[in-house]
Design a protein around this ligand. Sequence first.
Ligand SMILES: [Zn+2]
Length: 326
Amino acid sequence: MMVEKPVSVGIDIGGGSTKIGLVEPDGNIIVNEILKLTEIDAPEDLLDAYINKIKSWKEQYRDFQIQAIGVGVPGHVINDHRATDICNLPFLNRFPLADYLEENLQLPVWIENDATYAGVGEYRYGSGQQSERFLLATLGTGIGLTFIEHGRIHATGNGTLGDIGHMIIDRNLTFQCRKGCWGCIESVASGVAISRDAKQLAQKYPESYLGKVFERENRDPTVRHIIEGSFEGDPVCIGKLNETADWLGLWACNVVQIFAPHRFAFGGGWSAAGQGFIDKLYQRAKSVGIEEYYNQVTFVQATKGNLAGILGAASFAFDHAGNTRA
Ligand SMILES: [Zn+2]
C-alpha cells in the first residue's frame, strides 16, 4: 500500500492576485499557481476559488496528504488567527475566513499577516536560516517588517509589528501616505510614493529614462523603472535611487536600534536593485546610529522572492496543526 506523504497548503492573498502552493515539510514546492482574482468583491467568491483549487489538487496529487492550510492576509489578524481586519481587500474585514475554509475542506487553517509569513519563509528556507535574531523588511507597495527571534514570530499587536512602515521620519511632513499619516517612511519610500515621484520626474525631465518610459509605455514609471534606469547610468534614476536609500537607511537605523537583529534581509520591489543598494542602506544607518548595533548585523537580500509567503504559510500551519517535520 502506498503511504501518502504529508504536505500543507500555503495561501498568500495579495491585492489583485493570490499565490497558492502545495508544499512539503522540507520546503519543496510541489506546485504553485497565481490566481488572478480581479473584480471579486464577495469573500465567498474569493475563498471558493481557493477551495476549488485545493480540491482539484487532492484529486491530482494522490500521493500526498494535505495536513493544514496557512493563509497570509494583507491586513491585521484578529479573533485568535481566525479572521482579518483593516485588510487591503476590505470585503474580507471580519469575515469568518478560517471557519469558512475549514467547513468546506475539513482541514485546520491558521491565519497570519502576509509579511509575517514571508518572514517565516525566509527564516526557514531562505536568507534568515540559522539567524537567532532575524528581521525581514518587505519593500513593496507598502513597507512591512517581520521579526523572528529564536525561530518564533514576534508580534506587538494585531498580528504584526504594529504599523512600523508608518514610522514618522520626515519632520517636514511633506507627504501623506495611503493610510492617512504624514511624513512616514511609506510616504516617501513605498511603491506608491515612488510612482508618485517618478511620474513628476518623468514630466520634469522628458529626455531622462523615466521620461522615455512615460512617453513610450504611456503609463506611470515605477520602482522597477528607477532600478533599470540606474543600471543604465541615468542620472535622474540614480538620484532617486540614492534618495530612497537615504530614507530607507534612516528608517532601518531606527528599526535596528529597536530589534537588535543579527541579520536584516530586504525583499520586495527594491531588492531587485541588488546588494549594492542594500549596502547603501547599511552605510546610511551606520553613519547616524550607535556603532555597536552595526558590528553584529549584516544587511542581505531576501532570497525566496515572492514564494516566501506561501513557504512560510504552509510550513507554519503544518507545525501548528501538530505535525512534525522530519
Ligand atoms: Zn503612513
